[in-house]
Design a protein around this ligand. Structure first.
Ligand code: NAI
Length: 536
């Protein structure tokens, strides 16, 4: 299979934000583009906006003046829908309404040749349903771009039940010829990105609801510790709480109220209040005029950080049996080494010893990383609260740290401690991490902390999408990196953290909350049982 020839015509129907972007990338890639909209003024605006955007790229020396002029010359307004009759590919980017889209495609089928491929940019409607009433439903596929189209590399190529595999492949190859990074996916609610990303927002809402920290603090932990470009609250402020809430509601209802996708009453209140984020001047943060007039909501603008504590002289780390059953935690050694290197570099004496309990422990037994510092036992979170873990281990002075994308370079670390923990023991752990160069942020003692529970749930959702044949593991990871800029694909992250650790975290969350929401994907369990990984 190959991309459409460059001498073929691409038609784009709908000249709003998405249609204009799609027309721009197709024209820049060398295709003749016909742009149609029921509002002719929208077409004129789109063509002049594209010309302005391309001319700007010339001044930035990103494209040549000759290529810019040639791309603009390839853009044509279609005055009537019949003007797109000769197209080899029609990409629809009109209003998000099933009936309106069906009506458009039915009319298009009376105009275009039988081998013309029809594509929809829908983000939430079943591609199967859009194709259902066509004379040739096999010719329709989803071609889901991300906003802003010229900048976002991802295109989800969606196959409905009737879509011909050759059609999907041509759409895929054509997207690649347009300089995009396409992935194949099956028509299921949310496709890949809008489904797999739900826990990024949902776990943020859960943390806020359970008062783990304020929004600015959760955002800072997700950014500085988790390596995400933005935290969930600043990102939802950017997207708009109305838009984000409506996508969550639509995915929740499309999966017949699966508790995994339950919307947040807190977000509903944000929408009720009209605190929609940047576009209304006020969300979790204040923007524009509102920044002057109003105090921030829910959160202090400064993320919480612990006051400086003295540097401990000595720390030991060990691989210790945890209190729960399961396989060994491969991640422990990597984490320990990265942290130990940072501590040593700060002049703290670090010894690596086997704990008495571990000596002679059978290979494959459950193990969890522990540091010992002035009487405090310090663990990477495993989805239990510190308080629960202190009780399970009969060790009151228990402190947990959150997952980091890279423990060697993270600026911030999040800690939580058991209710039983002596303040002096906790403070010595704060001093320990501060000495290693971390800003230390305290989260209240919620199970799974912030980054760990979010990453575990992202990996769980991606694993389920793979398990259900929606996409491949590499497609899931590419989609999340290219569609929403995640620093690492969720399944590659599960590999790095250790499938055993992810399953343990989810199992502990499921047991602790007693909610089906945290049920473990069968594919994660299978990987755990067969010792496999998602990527070699
Ligand atoms: P928009 O509102 O900016 O543009 C839609 C355009 O379609 C308007 O200019 C409107 O006049 C035109 N239109 C409406 N009905 C029409 C019809 N029957 N025939 C021809 N033109 C018609 O909308 P936007 O944001 O560009 O979205 C378009 C599609 O892309 C929707 O299906 C949306 O769900 C999807 N999408 C949107 C994304 C976004 O971030 N805005 C991201 C990915 C997909």
């Amino acid at each position: 299979m190959a991309a459409l020839d460059k001498d073929r015509v691409v038609a784009v129907i709908g000249s709003g934000a998405m249609g204009a972007g799609i027309a721009q990338v197709a024209a820049v890639a060398g295709y003749t583009v016909k742009l149609y909209d029921t509002r002719p003024e929208a077409v004129a605006k789109a063509i002049s906006d594209i010309a302005a955007a391309l001319n700007k790229l010339v001044t930035k020396e990103r494209i040549s003046a000759v290529d810019c002029a040639a791309a603009i010359a390839r853009l044509h307004a279609a005055v009537t829908l019949a003007d797109v009759a000769g197209a080899a590919l029609v990409v629809e980017a009109i209003v998000e309404n099933l009936d309106v889209k069906r009506k458009l495609f039915a009319e298009l089928e009376t105009l275009v040749a039988d081998d013309c491929i029809l594509a929809t940019n829908t983000s939430s409607i079943s591609v199967t349903a859009i194709a259902a009433q066509l004379r040739v439903p096999a010719r329709l596929a989803g071609m889901h771009f991300f906003n802003p189209v010229p900048l976002m590399a991802l295109v989800e190529v969606i196959s409905g039940l009737a879509t011909d595999a050759a059609v999907a492949q041509t759409v895929y190859d054509t997207a690649a010829a347009w300089g995009k990074n396409p992935v194949h996916a099956k028509s299921t609610p949310g496709f890949i990105v809008n489904r797999v990303a739900r826990p990024f927002y949902a776990e943020g809402w859960r943390l806020l609801n359970e008062q783990a920290a304020d929004a600015a603090t959760v955002d800072a932990v997700m950014r500085d510790c988790g390596g995400f470009r933005m935290g969930p609250f600043e990102l939802m402020d950017l997207i708009g709480h109305d838009v984000n809430f409506s996508v969550t509601q639509s995915v929740f209802s499309a999966y017949f109220n699966d508790p995994r996708f339950t919307p947040s009453v807190l977000q509903q209140e944000m929408v009720n209040a009209g605190f929609l984020g940047r576009k209304s001047g006020r969300g979790f943060y204040s923007y524009g005029d509102a920044a002057v007039a109003g105090a921030p909501l829910h959160s202090a603008l400064q993320p919480q950080a612990e006051a400086p504590q003295p540097k401990p002289e000595y720390v030991s780390y060990t691989v210790e049996p945890g209190a729960i059953g399961g396989a060994s935690h491969a991640a422990g050694g990597v984490v320990a080494d990265a942290l130990a290197a940072r501590l040593r570099a700060s002049g703290i004496a670090v010894s690596h010893r086997k704990s008495p309990e571990t000596r002679g422990h059978a290979a494959g037994a459950d193990e969890a990383l522990a540091f010992h510092c002035n009487g405090a036992a310090v663990f990477l979170t495993d989805g239990r609260s510190a308080t629960q873990r202190a009780r399970d281990n009969n060790h009151p002075d228990t402190v947990l740290f959150d997952l980091a994308l890279d423990f060697g370079s993270a600026k911030r670390i999040a800690l939580s401690c058991s209710d039983q923990c002596a303040p002096a023991a906790y403070q010595s752990v704060v001093g320990l991490f501060q000495a290693a160069g971390f800003v230390v942020t305290r989260l209240d003692d919620v199970p799974g902390m912030a980054v760990m529970r979010t990453v575990a749930m992202l990996a769980n959702e991606a694993a389920d999408a793979v398990n259900q044949g929606v996409c491949s593991a590499s497609a899931a990871d590419i989609a999340m990196q290219k569609g929403v800029n995640y620093p690492r694909g969720p399944l590659a992250w599960a590999d790095a953290v250790g499938i055993a650790q992810i399953v343990t975290v989810l199992s502990n969350l499921a047991a602790g909350y007693g909610e089906d929401r945290y049920r473990v994907s069968p594919l994660l369990r299978r990987k755990l049982a067969n010792g496999g990984r998602f990527h070699d």
